[in-house]
Design a protein around this ligand. Structure first.
Ligand SMILES: CCCNc1ncnc2c1ncn2[C@@H]1O[C@H](/C=C/CNC(=O)c2cc(-c3ccc(F)cc3)cc(O)c2O)[C@@H](O)[C@H]1O
Ligand SMILES: [Mg+2]
Length: 214
């Protein structure tokens, strides 16, 4: 049977990227998505904004919702201080399998813990599974109608603390209207929009950065 797009993306990384070099894995994926097949990675333009927020927060604990092929996972993990771990949740086993190989190729497997499963089931288990008390940084890039229920679950599970940073992809395209309305109007958050473009296109999109005020 025909290969899947994530498998073709993985093949491009194994063929063209330098093993153990996260930046070359990132550049290879961006080149593939720009010149061969578009894929829903956060991309280079929004990726630069993601990088700057990760560097500013310099999180000790970080969570990503929606690994997909692991592009943003590698982007985030390459900037984390030594001894810190990025937990990334992915419920599609085929995507998780591709992501594991891309993460391993980048050489960042010691900074990343990819957990297969649905965020709704796994978020309540973060304390027991990883001894995590709170997350300093959360990157949301999974199904757009799940952003709002999942941050409410993070609040309920007391996994956010004063100053925790949420960064959400695609708040314009495909859009996350209920999430935006909540973080922009709730007294629990201070929100800011970073205007950019949908990965590898000229279409407007952006990232919403929200600070939990506790
Ligand atoms: C149980 C469902 C909620 N919980 C979940 N827990 C764990 N992983 C989950 C997940 N939901 C989805 N996922 C995974 O996240 C990923 C889903 C991402 C969804 N992203 C998008 O739809 C998306 C879509 C676009 C897009 C934009 C314009 C367009 F024309 C076409 C697509 C651009 C993006 O940047 C996107 O992020 C997959 O790997 C999926 O298996
Ligand atoms: Mg996205």
């Amino acid at each position: 049977t025909r290969s899947t797009r994530p498998q073709r993306l993985l093949r491009a990384v194994q063929k063209k990227a330098i093993k153990g070099d996260p930046q070359s894995v990132i550049s290879t994926i961006d080149y593939f998505c720009r010149h061969s097949e578009w894929a829903m990675n956060v991309g280079d333009e929004k990726g630069a904004i993601l990088d700057s927020v990760v560097c500013e927060v310099s999180p000790s604990t970080a969570l990503e919702l929606g690994t997909y092929c692991g592009y943003s996972t590698v982007r985030i993990a390459r900037l984390l201080p030594p001894g810190t771990k990025l937990i990334t949740l992915e419920f599609n086993p085929d995507y998780a399998a591709v992501a594991r190989q891309i993460i391993e190729y980048s050489g960042l497997q010691d900074k990343i813990c990819l957990v297969e499963g649905a965020s709704g089931d796994l978020i309540p288990k973060m304390q027991e599974l990883f001894g995590i008390k709170t997350f300093d940084f959360v990157f949301l890039d999974h199904w757009k109608d799940r952003y709002l229920p999942d941050i409410k679950l993070l609040e309920e599970c007391q996994l956010l603390r004063k100053g925790s940073i949420l960064l959400a992809d695609n708040v314009i395209c495909p859009g996350t209207p209920d999430y935006l309305e909540y973080v922009r109007n709730s007294p629990l958050y201070e929100s800011k929009y970073f205007k950019s473009h949908l990965e590898y296109t000229k279409v407007e999109d952006g990232l919403e950065k929200s600070v939990f005020l506790g």
